[in-house]
Design a protein around this ligand. Structure first.
Ligand code: AMP
Length: 214
């Protein structure tokens, strides 16, 4: 299974990637998670990335491509992987194709999760994650039973990402339309794109994902 997940911010890529990890037994590689880990540990790379991330802009291609090339050397990627949030620009997609050429393994599918833009804004600006167990919530669609407390582990450490406010989210959707949407055309030209509707229950979307990848 060698898949890249495409879709606007908030389309559910991260959620579907986690279900895919369990079902297919291959790792999720999220450039957003890798970057947040670098910011948290205060590395040079993290410092360079933080300003762009806080503004909802894209981090420079050279940083991202270097990070992915390193990650792909890890042993757990040899039977496959799910890229979540990468590639986000045409140069990143080209660089990934070069990596695949070197590995002699082509990409399987580019899976596009399609969702209406206004719904996306609510999905992202309402997003909350439990800082203790990772359980995800949404203020609009799936709030915790008791406000501010995780249903799963009782922690009151429910965190909103710094870049999940409405202003930044609108900007991220604009950036997606300008810089990332062309990546769909790039994979379409290779006949790799499969599309699923990203609206509705998480498990229903996942059922569509499995059908599309069959
Ligand atoms: P995400 O968690 O995928 O929404 O990513 C959070 C932020 O990290 C984005 O808004 C970008 O600033 C940055 N980022 C993540 N992946 C990439 C990428 N492939 N290219 C450039 N910037 C990225």
């Amino acid at each position: 299974m060698r898949v890249v997940l495409l879709g606007a911010p908030g389309s559910g890529k991260g959620t579907q990637a986690k279900l895919m990890v369990e079902h297919y037994g291959v790792p999720q590689i999220s450039t957003g998670d890798l970057l947040r880990a670098s910011v948290k540990s205060g590395t040079e790379l993290g410092k360079r990335a933080k300003v762009a991330m806080d503004n909802g802009d894209l981090v420079a291609d050279d940083i991202i491509i270097g990070m992915i090339a390193e990650r792909m050397k890890d042993d757990d990627t040899k039977d496959g992987f799910i890229f979540d949030g990468f590639p986000r620009t045409i140069p990143q997609a080209r660089a990934l194709d070069n990596i695949f050429d070197e590995m002699h393994h082509p990409l399987g599918h580019a899976l596009l999760i399609d969702v209406d833009a206004e719904l996306l804004i609510k999905r992202i600006s309402g997003r909350l994650t439990c800082g203790n167990c990772g359980q995800m919530y949404n203020d609009f669609f799936s709030p915790p039973a008791k406000e501010g407390v995780c249903d799963k582990c009782d922690s009151d450490n429910l965190i909103k990402r710094a870049d999940d406010n409405e202003k930044t989210v609108r900007h991220r959707v604009e950036i997606y339309n300008e810089q990332t949407r062309p990546v769909i055309g790039y994979y379409d030209a290779q006949r790799k794109v499969v599309k699923v509707e990203g609206v509705g229950d998480i498990d229903d979307v996942f059922a569509r994902v499995k059908d599309a990848l069959r």
